[in-house]
Design a protein around this ligand. Structure first.
Ligand SMILES: NC(=O)C1=CN([C@@H]2O[C@H](COP(=O)(O)OP(=O)(O)OC[C@H]3O[C@@H](n4cnc5c(N)ncnc54)[C@H](OP(=O)(O)O)[C@@H]3O)[C@@H](O)[C@H]2O)C=CC1
Ligand SMILES: CCCCCCCCCCCCCCCC(=O)[C@@H](N)CO
Length: 319
C-alpha cells in the first residue's frame, strides 16, 4: 500500500524471458521493453524469435536498451545453461536481474491413452523446461553474488486438476514444490522467487492444445472466461512488483490460491481470508458440479474409447 517507492522497477534491468517468442512470454517481453528494460528472449523457433524482436523493437524506449533473442531448446540442463550464458554476453557476462520462465506446453488427453514418452514429455515441457533454467540462473546469481528474481509460470492446474491433464498438471504442481523450496532457500542469497498461477490464456499454445483436448475438458473449462496474454503479463508484473510470492491473475486463481495456500505468505491478509472463505464453500460446490459432468460423460467416453479400439488389448500400451 505504501511501498510505491520500493516497487521493483524493470527500467535498465536485464530481464530474461524464456518462451518469449509467443503467447504470455512475448506479451511480457513487450511489456518489459515498454518499461525500459533490457530484454533477452529464448525459444526454439528462429523465425518466431525474429518476429518477436521486431515487435519489441517497436516499443524501444531508448537507444541503449539491449533487445536480443536466442534460439535454444530448454529441455535439458546443458542447453538451458548455454542459453543463459549466451544472453549474459552482451551484458559483460553479468547475470540477468530477473528470470521469467514462461516456456512450457501442454498436450491434454486421457490418462489411459498416454504412454511412457508422452508422460515424460509432460514433465519435460511443464517442469524441467523451467527447472533447468532456474537451476542455471540461481547458480550464476550466487556465484556472481548478484541478487535477482526467479519467476516461475505454473497454472491454476498447479493448485488442482481436472480430467485430461494427467501429463501437465503434475508438472505444474511440481513447479510449486520447487518454487516453495527456493523461496525459502534463496533467502540465503537475497534472491526473490515468484510463481504465477493463471487460468486460460488465449495464446497460440492454447489454440494448439485445444487440437488434442478432450471435449469433456474443454466443457469444464468453460467456467473460466480466460484472459489475453497482454492482461496476464500486466498482472504478472504487478504481482512481482508488489513482492507477491504466489501470483493469481483473476478471481478463480485467487480463490484457489487462498484455499490452497499451505504455509505461503499472505498477499493481503484480509482479502485472502475473504477469498479463502468463498473458496472453501464455492470450490467444493464447483467440484460437485464438475464430478457430475464427468460421470454424465461416461457413455460418450465409452463410445469414444471403443472407436479408438482401446478395448480388447489389456496388456498393450497405446503407442
Ligand atoms: N495458455 C494457457 O491457457 C495457459 C498457459 N500456462 C503456461 O503459461 C506459459 C506460457 O504459455 P502460452 O503463452 O500459452 O504458450 P505458447 O505455446 O503460446 O508459447 C510458448 C513459448 O515457449 C517456447 N517453448 C516451449 N517449449 C520450449 C522448449 N522446450 N524450449 C524452449 N522454448 C520453448 C515456445 O517457442 P518454441 O516452440 O519456438 O520453442 C514459445 O515461445 C506456459 O508455461 C504454460 O504452461 C498456464 C496456464 C494457462
Ligand atoms: C466459486 C468457484 C468457481 C470456480 C470455477 C473454476 C473454474 C476452473 C476451470 C478450469 C480452468 C482450467 C484452466 C487451464 C489453464 C491451463 O493451464 C491450460 N490451458 C494448459 O495450458
Amino acid at each position: 500500500m505504501f511501498s510505491n517507492s520500493k516497487k521493483w522497477d524493470p527500467r535498465g534491468k536485464h530481464c530474461y524471458v524464456t518462451g518469449g517468442s509467443t503467447g504470455l512470454g512475448l506479451s511480457l517481453a513487450i511489456l518489459l521493453t515498454k518499461k525500459g528494460a533490457d530484454v533477452s528472449i529464448v525459444a526454439r523457433n528462429e523465425e518466431r524469435l525474429q518476429r518477436a524482436v521486431e515487435l519489441m523493437e517497436k516499443e524501444r524506449q531508448n537507444p541503449n536498451q539491449i533487445l536480443r533473442s536466442y534460439s535454444f531448446s530448454l529441455n535439458d540442463a546443458t542447453s538451458s545453461a548455454l542459453a543463459l550464458e549466451a544472453a549474459c554476453q552482451p551484458h559483460g557476462g553479468r547475470c540477468p536481474d530477473a528470470v521469467f520462465m514462461c516456456a512450457g506446453a501442454s498436450t491434454p488427453g486421457f490418462f489411459v491413452e498416454q504412454d511412457e514418452r508422452s508422460m515424460r514429455d509432460g514433465m519435460d515441457n511443464g517442469y524441467w523446461v523451467q527447472a533447468w533454467t532456474a537451476h542455471a540462473a540461481a547458480k550464476r546469481m550466487v556465484k556472481s553474488r548478484s541478487r535477482g528474481k526467479l519467476v516461475f509460470i505454473s497454472s491454476v492446474l498447479g493448485y488442482m486438476s481436472i480430467v485430461g491433464y494427467s501429463t501437465y498438471s503434475p508438472a505444474k504442481h511440481a513447479l510449486r514444490g520447487l518454487a516453495e523450496t527456493l523461496r525459502s532457500e534463496l533467502l540465503l542469497y537475497d534472491i526473490g522467487v515468484h510463481i504465477l498461477f493463471p487460468g486460460t490464456i488465449f495464446s497460440p499454445g492454447y489454440a494448439k492444445e485445444n487440437e488434442t483436448k478432450p471435449k469433456i475438458t474443454l466443457k469444464i473449462e468453460e467456467d473460466d472466461s480466460g484472459l489475453q496474454p497482454e492482461q496476464v503479463a500486466e498482472r504478472l508484473l504487478d504481482g512481482v512488483q508488489k513482492g507477491h510470492f504466489h501470483i493469481a491473475v483473476d478471481l478463480i486463481g485467487n480463490l484457489m490460491r487462498s484455499s490452497t495456500r499451505g504455509a505461503t505468505p499472505h498477499n493481503n491478509v484480509l482479502l485472502d481470508i475473504v477469498y479463502g472463505i468463498i473458496g472453501w464453500i464455492g470450490l467444493a460446490d464447483w467440484r460437485r458440479g464438475v464430478d457430475k459432468t464427468v460421470v454424465n460423460h461416461r457413455k460418450e467416453h465409452e463410445a469414444y474409447l471403443s472407436a479408438q479400439k482401446f478395448f480388447g488389448e489389456p496388456q498393450q500400451t497405446s503407442e
